[in-house]
Design a protein around this ligand. Sequence first.
Ligand SMILES: NC(=O)c1ccc[n+]([C@@H]2O[C@H](COP(=O)([O-])OP(=O)(O)OC[C@H]3O[C@@H](n4cnc5c(N)ncnc54)[C@H](O)[C@@H]3O)[C@@H](O)[C@H]2O)c1
Length: 338
Amino acid sequence: MRLLVTGGAGFIGSNFVQFWLDRHPADELVVFDALTYAGNLENLSDLNDRRGYRFVKGRIEDAEAVRRAMDGGEVVVHFAAESFVDRSIVGPQVFVTTNVVGSQVLFDAAREAGVRLFVHVSTDEVYGSLGSTGRFSEETPYAPGNPYSASKAASDLLALAYYKTFGFPVVITHGSNNYGPYQFPEKFIPLFILRAMEGKPLPLYGDGLNVRDWIHVRDHCLGLALIVERGKAGETYNFGGDCERTNLEIARRICELAGRSDALIQFVKDRPGHDRRYAIDYAKAARELGFAPTTSIEAALPEVFRWYADHEPWWRHILSGEYQNFYAQWYAERGGGT
Ligand SMILES: NC(=O)c1ccc[n+]([C@@H]2O[C@H](COP(=O)([O-])OP(=O)(O)OC[C@H]3O[C@@H](n4cnc5c(N)ncnc54)[C@H](O)[C@@H]3O)[C@@H](O)[C@H]2O)c1
């Protein structure tokens, strides 16, 4: 099979590419990624000399570049997005450009290319916030609470409309909060791990009691792989980790793993529009795809903590901005341009 993976140099995308090629070593796979601040070719450096793998630098809003990369692709797995809520509050426009306009350009290119399946990777954040009970199912109405989730919701609705109008073979997925290796250190868990390792204060929003349903990125990739293997066009699937925890619980556990006192935790002014609680009902994915998460955050966090401890050059490059030179350097050494 030949896959096109957009956003494959980011956190979940790069984990998915590794996961997929381990499971389907004979497949051809093209990663298409703009290498924004969140995209890092070092996440994929193990694959550089692998047969059947190719990296293409480009923006998903660029119809011509997308069309060229799509050529011959049977399946598209679409991760490329602006993904950080805090940034969407500071500057919403690029979220609309990438997440909405870029997705629409991709949908059109995929229709034109006649792809068999288009996996539109979305988020549980489109459902907004829960009270103290209940879980999001595929039937939960959309109620996004910030510009990031609104832009993802808009692209989901467009995808569904393309299915209805054109028979576009799309599957939409709503993953809950991911954690694991290669997550960009602006996000909660890696940010706190790195700061705790260095004994720096951990800035926790509000009262720290916001709840997220944490899924290990490997389990999310498993769900997505099951969709590529047996998903049905026009369907939506939720993926969760059965791991509802408050941010405060996670922060305390990180302090413990770092051997630090939880006095490092510093409560800071809450983020505007901060959703209180997310929880995912993944019964449909379990029933139709055989999906089940394989780990809990308690079991996996020590291994994730160790990963960041063992990959100091990776995160130091990011913190210094040096990783952005990697692409130029890597291809310059191989006679390519930037
Ligand atoms: N991180 C989570 O917890 C989570 C949970 C559920 C769903 N998602 C969704 O999964 C997808 C991937 O999330 P992530 O956390 O890996 O994000 P990320 O920010 O780590 O990676 C995004 C990638 O997309 C690329 N990109 C950004 N704009 C682009 C553009 N215009 N054209 C081409 N490439 C572009 C970046 O260079 C980067 O490699 C997103 O669609 C996100 O909404 C994330």
